[in-house]
Design a protein around this ligand. Structure first.
Ligand code: HEC
Ligand code: HEC
Length: 355
């Protein structure tokens, strides 16, 4: 009886094994041609499905951000003496008055302002009149002097005009330190190129003349708390530097300085003032920036004699406020605009000159 049962069981097991084998052969027989004919296609499809799963979800609003120049880190300098020189250069840019102002501990050659008052964050702020492009583009030809200028000349231009003072001796410890610092700032910029975010951000011309009267009310609404009603700013408690630098009067930049052109002033102010503004969130409209520039630059300030400026008067920028000019527009229009007609005329005479 047991023997019989055992035999039946064995046959049943053999049958089910045979069934499994048959199913396997059947499946194999159908799969082989499929993979032979469609194998590549199939693998690609499987792959693309997996790929799609692996990819992060793309949110439309998050478009790639623009990349702006970032100053290199002084901590990356290995040589201790080079590091010290660059630190001194930075200190002179940030606290010029302490060393070189009217009560300067090294020399007394400038008006009490700091380079940093206009070259924000020691010349590193994006569109804050930074030095990102200086090492890469100097020496360069400048139409104002009609010569090729090196960094020493450019730095002394600001001492003589923006700081209404005297230039530094090229070989002085101070000039060498300032130069080393500026070159260090540009050490991550390819020679000849101008990095995004360097200097000042462009601003469109108005269709009308900039209006000092409107500018005055903007000044009283948005600038007066810091720069004061008389434009003289406010000294810090130590009496050496300004907490709020002057915008006009005897201690301000002179009429040969870059800020005395209203386009430069408007660009600087639009993207940097009131204090704390950055280029991505300006508080002034374009009109307000131009009008307040016209107001501030219609106030009195020191004069500098620069008879050798603009040897080729045709190269004067449209808003250079002093004649003679190569065109027939008035000094007033060259100071306040509208600038577009002047620009048009300049373009025309350039194309005629080329003919
Ligand atoms: C009152 C404002 C002001 C002060 C203070 C000032 N500068 Fe300038 N500086 C300017 C302006 C405006 C420009 C020209 C910006 C332009 O036209 O794009 C300029 C340009 C420069 C440039 C050339 C930048 C370039 O990209 O071509 C250098 C270098 C420079 N200044 C150095 C200095 C140094 C060093 C000091 C301090 C001794 C100083 N500046 C103080 C306003 C100032
Ligand atoms: C909250 C205070 C504050 C307000 C408001 C303010 N500024 Fe300034 N401004 C400063 C400070 C501080 C500096 C110097 C920045 C530095 O040294 O880092 C400066 C620098 C400047 C400079 C360059 C240096 C100079 O003295 O020539 C100009 C030009 C300027 N401001 C114009 C304006 C104008 C125009 C307004 C109004 C639209 C304005 N500021 C509003 C605090 C202010």
């Amino acid at each position: 009886m047991d023997q019989h049962q055992e035999r039946v069981d064995r046959i049943a097991r053999a049958i089910s094994q045979l069934k499994a084998l048959l199913i396997f052969i059947l499946v194999a027989l159908t799969l082989v041609p499929i993979t032979l004919f469609y194998g590549d296609d199939l693998m690609k499809r499987i792959d693309s499905v997996l790929q799609a799963r692996r990819q992060p979800v793309v949110i439309r609003e998050e478009l790639p951000k623009e990349v702006f120049w970032i100053a290199p880190d002084p901590g990356s300098i290995k040589d201790v003496s080079v590091q010290a020189q660059i630190a001194y250069g930075k200190e002179l840019i940030a606290h010029t008055a302490k060393y070189l102002g009217p009560k300067g501990i090294v020399m007394q050659i400038s008006n009490g302002m700091n380079c940093q008052n206009c070259h924000l964050d020691a010349g590193t702020k994006v569109f804050g009149n930074n030095y990102g492009a200086v090492a890469s583009i100097y020496p360069k030809f400048r139409a104002r002097s009609g010569t090729s200028e090196n960094i020493y000349k450019r730095v002394n231009d600001c001492f003589e005009r923006s700081l209404n003072g005297k230039g530094l001796d090229t070989l002085s410890k101070e000039m060498q330190a300032i130069k080393a610092y500026i070159i260090f700032l540009g050490s991550n910029v390819t020679k000849g190129s101008i990095p995004n975010g360097s200097g000042l951000k462009q601003l469109a011309y108005l269709d009308r003349e900039a209006d000092p009267e409107r500018g005055k009310s903007i000044y009283n609404a948005k600038c007066v708390t810091c720069h004061q009603a008389n434009g003289q700013g406010q000294k810090a408690a130590d009496g050496l530097e300004y907490t709020y630098p002057p915008l006009w009067g005897p201690h301000s930049y002179n009429d040969g300085a870059g800020l005395y052109r209203i386009s430069t002033f408007a660009k600087y102010v639009k993207y940097n003032m009131p204090q704390g503004v950055i280029h991505t969130n300006p508080l002034l409209t374009d009109e307000e920036a131009w009008d307040v520039a016209a107001f501030v630059n219609s106030q009195s300030r020191p004069h500098i004699n620069v008879p050798r400026d603009w040897p080729d008067i045709a190269k004067k920028p449209v808003d250079h406020p002093f004649g003679p000019y190569a065109d027939s527009f008035t000094e007033k229009q060259h100071k306040y605009g509208p600038f577009k007609p002047i620009l048009e005329e300049q373009k025309k005479s350039m194309t005629t000159a080329q003919k």
